[in-house]
Ligand binder design. Sequence first.
Ligand code: KG4
Ligand code: ZN
Length: 334
Amino acid sequence: MITLGIETSCDETSCAILEDSDRILSNITSSSLEKHQPYGGVVPEIASRHALENIYIVFEEALKQANKSFQDIGLVSVTYGPGLIGSLLVGVSFAKALAFSRNLKLIGVNHLEAHLEANFLQNPRPNEPFLGLIVSGGHTITVNHDNCKYEKIGETIDDAVGEAYDKVAKLMGLGYPGGPILDRLAQNGDSKRFRFTKPKLANELDFSFSGIKTAVLHLVEDLKGNLEKEIPNIAASFQHSVINWLVEGVRKASQKTGARYVVIGGGVSANSLLRSKLLELGNELNVTILIPPFSLTLDNGAMIAKSGYDRFVGGYGDTAHLDLSAVPNLRIGA
Ligand code: KG4
Ligand code: ZN
């Protein structure tokens, strides 16, 4: 079966053609990233306008690269949340129009779940419950996946980890998105130069990243004229702290659930330190860590196609109807 995956939840407009369970024939993404850079963050109106102007171009390019025609598509899978309402509506409306025109099966996919499911394009889905870690610009969540159901274990009580990266980079005038910039700078910095206190939380399975952002702000103010030469050290110290907190959260969650598999997803899963620290944790706890290839860490249509296909074939995702709508605050496991 040929599945079309459509992703427009934030600043990326992406379409992918998936053959059967895991053959990605094409995965085309048009990003509006550059248009947001002058503002230091995503401007929703610009993101949705970009999606509207590019969705059909991206769709045609995905078909062309896959060497398929519209007639070959058997299932349309689309992100319906969470995300920016304007951007989501572009993808959902486009998917509904395609499905209506050829009476195709339509399935709505949860973007957060799809970030985890991206892993199963390369590795088989574990035949047992697994722990998921979703780390992106908008979310930091640990979940338990059991028998096709996701259940939340821990989450950030304030900023998402990607958001903290973006804000810290912005306050040092380094540009957007901050994650890859700080990750690169951290390679040449001393991670022990600055110490950041781990926030105390009522629930030890939760996370918090807004305090460290404020701590960096005060540090930057104190450093004044000496900031420039300390930037790599701040990047390394910040990265060392937030990644250790994340990894500790995964350790506690996996000890609580007893999971033998940990599956990671979302933009921050591209982070070099997070990847290496989690692999170390996996060795220590004798747990298998699944991390998506770099090409599937950022928002993309292939993970949406995969998630939709598996739900459809497995019979655990209701086929959507033409009244499918965007749900900006869609929760995991909903
Ligand atoms: O999943 P994603 O593409 O979009 C959302 O759904 O939010 O994630 C984007 C986030 C941004 O906050 C970006 O700074 C972060 O992922 N990111 C990284 C890295 N690459 C991207 N954060 C840390 N280290 C990286 N290498
Ligand atoms: Zn995402």
